[in-house]
Design a protein around this ligand. Structure first.
Ligand SMILES: Nc1ncnc2c1ncn2[C@@H]1O[C@H](COP(=O)(O)OP(=O)(O)OP(=O)(O)O)[C@@H](O)[C@H]1O
Ligand SMILES: [Mg+2]
Length: 397
């Protein structure tokens, strides 16, 4: 079929032609943000899920829906090796500058910018990566204690006061939260908790890998009061078929039933894989409807494309020893696996490989669904590991 018209969109953060199956959550978020904006109690949301399930595109959609409702939104990622204040400061500045353009909120927003200047100055010693434009001089004693939790709470309070005065809310959309250091994540949650107690209209909507559930550690009871942690997962069979068929139908192209079933079987309903298979099946097919045979001949290309991008990107970030650990996990199947069993495959004691396991968790490659269990954060990664390190030669290294 004409590749120019190919509707599918595999890619990290690439909006799908049809965002399927998240309607309920979008409605829940809409209600929560409207309540928070009007000074009512509500829990916000942190989306948790494996790689490629659609957290980022959902977060972006939630953001544009909040924008359309008149909420002041900012968006940031918390990548590895960046400090939280460094990520937040420029975004909070943007939000405050927006609020300062509204006459009734101007004074409070300016005070917020002074607080932000205080925070940037006092935390710069601890977090050298903070870089933010300073629009107003700091005010002595305002957010300049040099303590992240306290200073951040003060800045967020000022943001909340200005937002309330402007009749809106400020919502920070934060992706890849699992990379935050535990102490910084705790400080953020505690600061937000202080705002929530005063019913100030400021909050975050977050997303990240499942290890962020453990990260909430110190701040656990606050976190549970402030946030729901909905699990974003694979699509049901019905949703997955809609994700495939609807975009094609818009171009006048249909699927045979067996063709759809085969794609569902191969992708397990994971959004990223659905987009990849849809794309290649489309390119292989010469006419509508797309048949089982089309899907079968497209599969090798779909797998190769995933290997080169989705899987490869993760694989390349690991050391040889870490690859070894992941390969041993794959030997046991999809998982989750007992950490002891993985060590056994490696012929090592659990304690000896514990640091490897920990560094893979920090890198977001694996996580621990229950004490002593280990699972991949990337769906179908076991099959990839076996493709890239086939046979048993890897054992000898
Ligand atoms: N609800 C959905 N329906 C159909 N396709 C979807 C849906 N959600 C996401 N996708 C597609 O899945 C792919 C992955 O989406 P996205 O990058 O948002 O995942 P992610 O969970 O953020 O992954 P990662 O953890 O790697 O950042 C994209 O190609 C996107 O278009
Ligand atoms: Mg993402």
């Amino acid at each position: 079929m004409d590749p120019v018209l190919n509707p599918y969109a595999p890619g990290a953060g690439t909006p799908p032609p049809e965002l399927v199956g998240r309607e309920r959550l979008r409605e829940d978020v809409r209600i929560a943000l409207a309540r928070i904006r009007s000074g009512r109690v509500a829990k916000s949301f942190i989306l948790v899920g494996l790689r490629g399930v659609g957290k980022t595109v959902l977060l972006d959609r939630l953001r544009s829906e909040a924008d359309a409702a008149g909420v002041v939104t900012v968006r940031a990622e918390t990548p590895e090796n960046r400090s939280l204040p460094a990520v937040l400061a420029p975004q909070l500045r943007l939000a405050l500058l927006k609020l300062s353009r509204q006459a009734q909120a101007k004074d409070l927003a300016v005070r917020g910018l002074r607080a932000l200047a205080g925070l940037a100055k006092s935390l710069k010693f601890k977090y050298a990566d903070i870089e933010v434009g300073v629009d107003f001089d700091p005010e002595g004693g305002l957010a300049d204690n040099g303590d992240l939790e306290g200073d951040l709470a003060t800045v967020l309070e000022q943001v909340g006061l200005a937002a309330r005065q402007a009749g809106t809310a400020v919502v920070l959309f934060l992706d890849e939260l699992q990379y935050l250091e535990e102490a910084q994540f705790s400080a953020l949650i505690a600061a937000l908790h202080r705002c929530a107690q005063q019913l100030l209209p400021v909050t975050i909507v977050g997303a990240g890998l499942p290890q962020l559930l453990a990260l909430a550690g110190n701040a656990k009871s606050y976190a549970e009061r402030l946030f729901e942690f909905p699990f974003i997962g694979e699509l049901t069979d019905l949703e997955a078929s809609i994700a495939l068929e609807k975009p094609a139908a818009k171009e006048g192209v249909a699927y045979d039933r067996e063709a759809v079933s085969e794609i569902l079987r191969l992708t397990h309903g994971y959004p990223y894989f659905l987009q990849e298979w849809g794309k290649h099946a489309w390119d292989v097919a010469t006419k509508t409807p797309i048949t089982l045979r089309d899907v079968q001949s497209a599969s090798a290309e779909a797998v190769a494309a995933l290997d080169e991008s989705f899987f490869r990107m993760r694989f390349d970030r690991t050391t040889p020893k870490e690859k070894h650990y992941l390969r041993a996990m794959a030997e046991l199947g999809a998982g989750p696996h007992r950490s002891g069993d993985i060590a056994t495959v490696l012929g090592k004691a659990v304690g000896t490989v514990a640091p490897l396991r920990q560094s893979l968790i920090m890198k977001g490659m694996i996580w621990s669904p229950a004490h002593g269990d280990t699972a991949f954060t990337v769906p179908l990664f076991d099959e990839f590991m076996k493709r890239i390190l086939p046979g048993s030669d890897w054992k000898r290294e």
